[in-house]
Design a protein around this ligand. Structure first.
Ligand SMILES: *Cc1c(COP(=O)(O)O)cnc(C)c1O
Length: 380
């Protein structure tokens, strides 16, 4: 037997005919930038999240970048302002902040959730802190009363990176009372990169917000800074959502809940079956909805992660690592984060191992892979 980590063709198989039909619809329409598919997609994603507005954009990184740039154009953020960002995240979260001329201030994760430890946020707040970014890493919502409280006392914007968590619910209502990822903070960025829970057939992203002015500014910035035809109020970009991708995504959006439920079932099989002295499983209970299991990430302790990965590969189980090097240690940030030490994030990077969880992996596969893990002896 062999187990793929991720088979994108298998992931798209149930949608194939509808995706081909949707692409053909756009090609036949004669409208290749913007248009009806983009508008409908935006309405549908806004309705799904509960945010007042959605702006479709080119990808997840651009979604985050545009949010920060728009706040700067609106005079709400200024270059040099500090933004608190989780240290344990994909680098795109940090890139969006530094690219906008803002200063990313990295805060360590909780060892329980692997998400930003909200109890450490207050200590990182300075006179210049204006925003905090939460990343719902691996699909688990990062949002609680502690965060809301510190954000409201220090007047901080809350920006969500929802790239990995479409459809996830929060137990704590957001700043505007919403309860779904994308409607918890002041603005949120989605990615529809093909490997995400809902993936396009290429790059795509979206911004959601209930702030009318922010939505208008993001839309203008993504379209050369133009507020109406041949009239430019900002020095903008071309970061628009491709209508073919909008049409692809409209095929899949109605299935967010089913896709996430299937991921939950595979996660539950791992949770119930894995039992190994060197493996720490992600937190899980049988009824919790605040995690949409973008990745099922175990920690292998004792310095045995690479050995476990190799032993699994030898038994036909493909795994991946998200992420082997935290952003502050990346060469591109050698100057900005010179001397910064983040021991929890650094240790996690040496322990994490992602198991197959996407469509294409069955519940039985997850149980079989768990038994293979249990059978591996690491101590020599
Ligand atoms: C994928 C991802 C992004 C970037 O999205 P792209 O569409 O690939 O640009 C940002 N943040 C996180 C947490 C991601 O997983």
């Amino acid at each position: 037997m062999s187990y793929n980590f991720l088979d994108l063709k298998a992931a798209n198989e149930p949608y194939l005919d509808d995706m081909v039909e949707a692409a053909a619809r756009v090609i036949r329409s004669g409208r290749y930038v913007g248009g009806r598919e983009c508008e409908l997609f935006e309405q549908e994603l806004a309705a799904m999240t509960g945010a007042a507005h959605c702006v479709g954009v080119s990808n997840g990184l651009d979604a985050l970048r545009l949010i920060f740039k728009a706040y700067i154009e609106l005079g709400i953020l200024k270059p040099g302002d500090e933004v608190i960002v989780p240290a344990n995240t994909y680098i795109a979260s940090v890139l969006a902040v530094s690219d906008a001329g803002l200063k990313p201030v990295l805060v360590e994760p909780s060892e329980r959730t692997l998400n930003l430890d909200t109890s450490l946020v207050e200590a990182a707040v300075t006179q210049r802190t204006r925003a905090v970014m939460v990343v719902h890493l691996y699909g688990r919502v990062c949002f609680d009363r502690i965060l809301l409280d510190v954000a409201s006392r220090h007047n901080l914007l809350i920006i969500e990176d929802v790239a990995q968590a479409i459809g996830a619910l929060s137990f704590t209502p957001g700043v505007n009372g919403g309860d779904r990822a994308g409607a918890l903070g002041h603005a949120a960025a989605f990615s529809f990169y093909p490997t995400k829970n809902i993936g396009a057939a290429g790059d795509a992203g979206a911004v959601t917000t209930s702030d009318d002015r922010l939505a208008v500014a993001v839309r203008a910035l993504a379209n050369y800074g133009s507020d109406r035809r041949y009239h430019n109020i900002y020095q903008g970009y071309n970061c628009r959502l491709d209508p073919i991708q909008a049409a692809m995504l409209r095929v899949k959006l109605p299935h967010v809940a089913d896709e996430n439920a299937d991921r939950f079932a595979r996660a539950l099989a791992y949770f119930r079956t894995i039992s190994h002295p060197n493996v720490i499983k992600p937190l899980m209970s049988e009824d919790v909805v605040d995690n949409v299991w973008h990745q099922y990430v175990i920690r292998v302790t004792g310095g045995y992660r690479d050995r476990m990965k190799a032993e699994l590969a030898a038994r036909g189980v493909a795994t991946d690592i998200h992420y082997a090097m935290p952003p502050h240690l990346q060469p591109c940030y050698a100057t900005l984060f010179d001397g910064v030490r983040l021991p929890v994030s650094e240790r996690l990077a040496s322990e994490v191992l992602s198991l197959p969880i996407a469509r294409g992996t069955t519940v039985k596969d997850a149980a079989d892979i768990s038994r293979i893990i249990n059978s591996i002896t690491l101590q020599s």
